[in-house]
Design a protein around this ligand. Structure first.
Ligand code: ADP
Ligand code: MG
Ligand code: MG
Length: 249
């Protein structure tokens, strides 16, 4: 489904992603682990089409289509979803209304009728149950004054509503206490299916105690330096990232 080949990308002439290749198929959960500043968030933003980043070499195809030619909206309509490491607060934009607009954009793209607020409400309430989110967050402004954990839950709610082919979750576990981590992980596990794929970007192994990845990739200095199964995550936890960097030299 997703094929990244020798991707180089950066910001204002500084290369941050330095030759990433990765293949992700339907039904797979991949974890990308790496130290702070190694370029994980940059990779996720490049996949989502963030305009601040420039791709200087390599290719990204999604279902055989070159997505580098697509703007972020098109990529989203193709089924790519990015859950942000730092979700933005948008005062004045109602959470439910925002979700309905995003959801309806997809329906229109597929040639279906838009849902009106009442119809959408039924769907939203279902999805909020799925991610154990209190329905009162419907009526709040988007992430406005949300705690760190509530923002992350809201990202998972967005993913639940949009039902993407590929979910990229950037440090969804960071800033969560143990109960929030369990709730968010349970929501993610319910959303993972044989028809979609997930890439979990994380600094810590602990998320992987709750969501079992099929593949683990260690990211360092803009590259995947080692790939393996979930045992690799435990090795990293025990030995630290320096161990991987040294072991692959
Ligand atoms: P990670 O998510 O692995 O912690 P990031 O992708 O956030 O790493 O950052 C990798 C490096 O790229 C860091 O040194 C960061 O400061 C730099 N970087 C990322 N985005 C920008 C940007 N928009 N402007 C300047 N530097 C950036
Ligand atoms: Mg970071
Ligand atoms: Mg990051």
């Amino acid at each position: 489904m997703l094929e990244i080949k020798d991707l180089h990308a950066g910001f204002e002439g500084v290369e941050i992603v330095k030759g990433v290749s990765l293949t992700v198929n339907r039904g797979e959960v991949h974890a990308i682990m790496g130290p702070n500043g190694s370029g994980k968030s940059t990779l996720s933003k490049v996949l989502a089409g963030h305009p601040a980043y420039e791709v200087t070499a390599g290719s990204i195809t999604f279902d055989g289509k070159n997505i580098l030619d697509m703007d972020p909206e098109q990529r989203a309509l193709e089924g790519i979803f990015l859950g942000f490491q730092y979700p933005v607060e948008i005062p004045g934009v109602n959470n439910a209304e925002f979700l309905r607009m995003a959801y309806n954009a997809q329906r229109v793209h597929k040639g279906e009728d838009e849902l009106d607020p009442l119809e959408f409400d039924d769907l939203l309430v279902e999805k909020m149950k799925l991610v154990s989110m209190d329905p009162r967050y419907k009526d709040r402004a988007l992430n406005d004054g949300f705690s760190g954990g509530e923002k992350k839950k809201n990202e998972i709610l967005q993913m639940a509503v949009l039902n993407p082919q590929l979910g990229l979750l950037d440090e969804t576990d960071s800033g969560l206490d143990i109960d929030a981590l369990k709730a968010v992980s349970a929501g993610i596990n319910k959303l993972a299916s044989k028809d979609n794929a997930l890439i979990l970007i994380t600094h810590y192994q602990r998320l992987l105690n709750y969501i079992e990845p099929h593949f683990v990739h260690v990211f360092s200095h803009g590259k995947i330096v080692k790939s393996g199964d979930k045992k690799l995550a435990l090795e990293v936890e025990e030995q630290g990232y320096d161990w991987v960097a040294t072991a692959t030299k």
